[in-house]
Design a protein around this ligand. Structure first.
Ligand code: PLP
Length: 491
């Protein structure tokens, strides 16, 4: 049996008598616990008798017994006939076995496949893609909607809600989608998610097994790559051209997909619209192969020319399409509200596991969002933003034509919140983007959206959603200088 330890070494420092140090009992308990965890009090050794310790520390014996009882309740020590003995505990201080490279914590292998994104740029960095006009958001109206939701909801709303989302919001979304996007669905097919990104991840989790193939657009949205890689999917990039996703018969034969991710109404970031011929062919082939299409309809409420382009989901009855939408562009990104519309039969098959996987939450925000849609404020806000973005897009096109003094082509379509400018390969797009950040400008390099970049995947994705039109002229002049400075010598 180990000897009773030296008291000074055991406690490391004397107990403090001032009030801020806390009660004696807690201090003593804390010091003894530390001594046990650090190995200064070895397993099997005995704590000093309570009377002796009380005398040595000039504290009451009750204080010591209370500290010992606390340690015993937590399992650090065990009273026996001869006093109090330290329990046999595993040592928590042994060095941890490192991962493959020494010192690296072992993580899931799939993480290595998730490539770092572009450096973080503040949402107000000019020309940052994907950010809506934050200062034009009707924050006072939204505050009132939130306030109404909190005032009128019962206390039960503070508890767990329906894991698939508030029924009122699911119904409001179903009605809105039928009118605005031609989506055919009932409220019970709608699942509320934390934005499009979580909705995409849910599709991967619900519909794919590790190693199965997922098609993505190349160049395309980076978020889907992270979701598929995190789901251990085998990712196959499919080129996009001016008619959208260009899947060949060979692609279907050689890499039959389980999931196909596409942005058919406004390809991200190239801007093309998936032609009707390709939409119908994609649906027909997906049916034949038992594949599911994930339709990411992230910004098509903002179409700037002609009639809106309807969603693929509503093109034919029972299309094998999972429709995804988000309030990140139509409202604001930090709201973290998006939705997934599942085909009715699929919903019947996944509802039970989905209800176990999700917890719902943000119930007041969901109710306020339903109120916003039902009261017509959402529709009016969309109308105002559509006009604003249309004007901004026109102004940006004009500024590019006038002031971008390097050869370029403007792409990106007449929709949404961004334009894509293609540059000849001799201009290093990543260098331009990196330099631009130093000037508080955050265009994205087009090549960073490609898995297998072609020379034509070079240029800049310019977000105009959150940058006011008066700034375009000086900003484009600056980009023009940066582009010239990033021209590869000898190319
Ligand atoms: C193609 C695409 N999908 C979805 C989103 C939105 O994602 P979330 O709703 O998670 O904010 C974006 C945002 O930039 C996007 O570009």
């Amino acid at each position: 049996m180990p000897n009773p330890p030296d008291l000074a070494a055991l406690l490391e420092s004397p107990l403090a008598r001032d009030r801020d140090a806390g009660p004696m009992q807690r201090q003593l308990h804390e010091r003894l616990k530390r001594a046990i965890l650090d190995g200064r009090l070895a397993p099997g050794s005995r704590l000093p008798g309570s009377r002796a310790l009380a005398e040595a520390l000039a504290i009451s014996r009750n204080t010591v017994t209370a500290a010992y009882e606390h340690l015993a309740a937590e399992g650090y020590v065990q009273p026996d006939r001869q006093g109090t003995r330290v329990t046999e505990l595993s040592s928590p201080t042994l060095p941890r076995r490192a991962g493959k490279s020494a010192g690296t914590p072992a993580t899931a292998r799939r993480l290595a496949a998730i490539k770092p994104g572009t450096p973080f740029a503040e949402p107000d960095a000019a020309l940052r893609p994907g950010v809506p006009a934050l200062s034009h958001f009707p924050i006072a109206a939204w505050r009132r909607a939130l306030d109404r939701a909190i005032r009128t909801a019962s206390p039960a709303t503070l508890g767990y809600g329906n894991p698939l989302g508030e029924p009122r919001l699911r119904a409001a979304i179903a009605r809105h989608l039928a009118i605005a996007r031609g989506v055919r669905c009932e409220a019970r097919q709608v699942v509320i998610a934390e934005g499009a990104q979580e909705a995409i991840s849910l599709c991967v989790r619900l519909l794919s097994n590790p190693g199965e193939t997922g098609w993505i657009e190349d160049p395309g949205y980076r978020g889907v790559k992270a979701a598929m890689r995190a789901g251990d999917m085998h990712m196959v990039p499919i080129r996009v051209d001016p008619e959208g996703l260009d899947a060949s018969a060979q692609d279907w034969r050689k890499h039959p997909p389980r999931l196909i991710y596409t942005t058919p109404s406004h390809q991200y970031p190239g801007g093309s619209v998936l032609s009707i011929a390709r939409r119908l062919a994609l649906i027909a082939e997906a049916r034949r192969h038992g594949a599911w299409i994930i339709e990411d309809d992230y910004d098509s409420e903002f179409r700037h020319t002609g009639e809106p382009i309807g969603a693929m989901q509503g093109l034919v009855a029972d299309a094998p399409v999972l429709y995804i939408g988000t309030f990140s562009k139509t409202m604001f990104p930090s709201l973290r509200l998006g939705f997934l519309v599942l085909p009715a039969q699929l919903m019947a098959a996944v509802q039970a596991p989905l209800e176990e996987m999700l917890r719902g939450g943000h119930r007041h925000e969901q109710l306020a969002m339903a109120d916003f849609i039902e009261s017509g404020q959402f529709g009016r806000h969309l109308g105002r933003m559509r006009r604003l973005y249309r004007d901004r897009q026109q102004a940006l096109r004009l500024a590019l034509t006038r002031h971008l003094k390097v050869p370029h082509e403007i792409d990106g379509g007449y929709c949404g919140l961004h334009l894509t400018v293609r540059l000849p390969p001799r201009f290093d797009d990543r260098r331009i983007a990196a330099e631009a950040l130093r000037h508080h400008l955050a265009p994205a390099a087009l090549s960073s959206f490609s898995v297998q970049p072609l020379p034509s995947d070079n240029g800049l994705v310019l977000g105009y959603g959150n940058t006011s039109a008066e700034l375009f002229e000086p900003l484009v002049k600056r980009l023009s200088q940066l582009a010239r400075a990033a021209e590869r010598s000898g190319a």
